[in-house]
Ligand binder design. Structure first.
Ligand SMILES: Nc1ncnc2c1ncn2[C@@H]1O[C@H](COP(=O)(O)OP(=O)(O)OP(=O)(O)O)[C@@H](O)[C@H]1O
Ligand SMILES: [Mg+2]
Length: 560
């Protein structure tokens, strides 16, 4: 392009910010030197970024300009190189470390030097995604014309270049991204995306395979949620993500003095600092399941997630299932939750969950009827303290569900679960402080000994905030524990005589073997020979019956 014709283009393209965007079909006057430089840029996004990409910075340069070309930090180069060579990347990064900037360099390079590719920039909020796109547009406008492609579309959430490459910016919940074939999906602040499972399974079913689409997740961390799962698996090399971690010390210019100032500005909230600047995934303190176990637990991506029902394993012929429900009043505060557990053998496995806060008792009973029948007429246990009793009766009377569990209060022996039709029985289980305590203690044993495998992310998240309160456990303020309660009920059921009859497994004896081994070892270390008549193991009190057999004591005394 001659200088004269470039001037005309400038005139014609005043609609664009700065008026510097090249219009489609503009010719460039290529010299050998320019061509060489172009090829250098084409080969290397880091070279391209450091030499030509202007970004808006917080500190002005010597001329007072905040918009300028910068040297990339080492980890920004790592992020760009990983994006260039790998197919799935996850970067856990401190706040304000330049993580978004690093990705914008790659995205800009990617659309300029690739034809007919589509990039999605996604974030929890559409405005965040649009802001990132505006940064890319701004940098684009400042590129020399020989690096620019002509522009066909130049909007707030969509741009298209002459080489047919495009960028869309949207919220992760947006409909217009569903099912589009994108070559690169960048999710900024991925740890803060709500309803991650739904997003992944319904909006981007192709992403989980990671075959055709490059996926870039960048975020500050946010507790033990889906992002924790992805980075944990990446650290354990159990998924195909390349992991990049950037802590505050990696950012040039941040030193001890900076740390103290930042902490002071945060009112010395060390936990918040650890989360925002040191990539620490915090669960609550005093959780039922010990922190080290929670840290290593990972969920699975559901094979189907529709209408609040998540399936991790389809029903299989010949297997036995139990469906446990915790039913709320449906005021939108609590949730009605269901877990389906495969009880054919140990370890037991959570194979499906249903979670809703708007369901009427009738709808809920209908859902349970369908789900229970699908899972080989699963044994259904419903918590009936609240509106659960109504649901249980609808399921029993209207849907004539075949495998309903009932319970009877047997005094010192506690609540006994069976399937008998006696009118003395409750249709379901009314939890008391005692059943809950026992359920919690058993659940702790089951999970910590890997005898109950949790597949569902929401359940894991609830476990990370299910904490001790007085003698019992419950959700931390502002959190839910409905899915955890289905498992507490399940754990209680797993120790019942009726459970032994249907599964031929004595759950507690199985887990006790492990537990007493541990106890014997620690006692041997201490030189203690005599095993007491009663002992407490992980909050469960045991009574010696014979040398071989220790029975779970079921009275009001527990160690917590
Ligand atoms: N290599 C660099 N050199 C100098 N400044 C940089 C560099 N990279 C980014 N910055 C500046 O640092 C600031 C933060 O950058 P950016 O928004 O990319 O960080 P972030 O980690 O995504 O931040 P946040 O946690 O707020 O999302 C911006 O003002 C940006 O211009
Ligand atoms: Mg950012």
């Amino acid at each position: 392009m001659t200088n004269e014709s470039f001037g005309n283009v400038l005139e014609e393209s005043k609609g664009y910010r700065g008026g510097l965007v090249k219009k489609a079909k503009t010719q460039i006057n290529w010299t050998p030197e320019l061509l060489e430089e172009f090829i250098k840029c084409q080969k290397d996004p880091v070279y391209f970024g450091e030499k030509y990409m202007k970004i808006r910075t917080t500190d002005p340069d010597e001329t007072g300009s905040r918009i300028r070309i910068i040297d990339l930090y080492d980890y920004q180069k790592d992020i760009i190189r990983a994006m260039q060579h790998d197919s799935s990347i996850v970067a856990e990064c401190a706040r304000q470390s330049g993580k978004t900037t690093a990705v914008t360099v790659y995205v800009l390079w990617y659309i300029i030097f690739h034809e007919a590719v589509e990039v999605a920039i996604l974030a929890n909020k559409g405005s965040t995604a649009r802001e990132i796109l505006s940064r890319i547009k701004m940098a684009y406008e400042d590129l020399p014309d020989w690096l620019q492609q002509g522009v066909e579309d130049w909007n707030k959430e969509y741009i298209a270049l002459e080489n047919k490459s495009k960028i869309v910016a949207a919220a992760t919940s947006a409909d217009n991204i569903r099912g589009r074939a994108q070559n690169l999906v960048f999710i900024d602040e991925a740890a803060w995306v709500d309803n991650w499972d739904e997003f992944f399974t319904s909006v981007y079913p192709t992403l989980s395979s990671g075959k055709t689409t490059k996926l870039m997740l960048v975020s500050t961390v946010n507790g033990m949620n889906h992002f924790h799962q992805i980075t944990t698996l990446a650290r354990q090399k159990k998924n195909n993500y390349t992991l990049i971690s950037v802590g505050w010390q990696d950012v040039p210019g941040r030193d001890e003095e900076w740390k103290q100032k930042t902490l002071a500005a945060m009112n010395f909230d060390y936990e918040k600092f650890a989360q925002e600047y040191e990539n620490r995934y915090l669960g609550s303190s005093g959780t039922l399941i010990k922190g080290s176990k929670l840290q290593e637990m990972v969920s699975s991506i559901p094979i189907s997630a529709e209408d609040k029902l998540k399936i991790y394993q389809y029903p299989e012929e010949g297997r036995t299932y139990s469906l446990i429900a915790d039913v709320s009043q449906g005021k939108g505060l609590d949730h009605s939750a269901v877990s389906v557990v495969d009880i054919t053998e140990m370890p037991y496995q959570q194979v499906a969950t249903f979670y809703d806060n708007e369901c009427s008792p009738m709808d809920f009973a209908e859902k349970m009827n369908t789900l229970g029948r699908r899972y080989n007429n699963a044994y259904v246990l419903i918590e009936i303290n609240d509106i659960g009793s109504t649901v249980a009766h609808i399921l029993h009377d209207t849907f004539e569900y075949p495998n309903m569990l009932v319970s009877a209060d047997m005094g010192r022996a506690g609540k006994v679960i069976s399937q008998s039709g006696s009118s003395r029985n409750d249709l379901g289980l009314k939890t008391t402080a005692k059943t809950k305590r026992k359920g919690c203690a058993l659940l702790k044993l089951l999970i910590e000994q890997d005898q109950l495998l949790i597949q569902d992310q929401n359940t894991l998240h609830e476990l990370s905030t299910f904490i001790r309160k007085g003698k019992s456990y419950e959700a931390e303020k502002g959190k839910n524990d409905d899915l955890v309660m289905t498992l507490v009920l399940f754990a209680y059921f797993s120790e019942q005589e009726f459970f032994k009859q249907i599964t031929e497994i004595s759950t507690f004896e199985e887990i006790r073997d492990e537990t007493s081994d541990e106890i014997e070892t620690s006692m041997a270390i201490l030189g203690i020979q005599v095993i007491p008549e009663r002992q407490v193991v992980d909050g469960l009190e045991l009574e010696k019956h014979t040398d071989e057999f220790w029975q779970l004591v079921d009275d009001d005394y527990h160690s917590f």
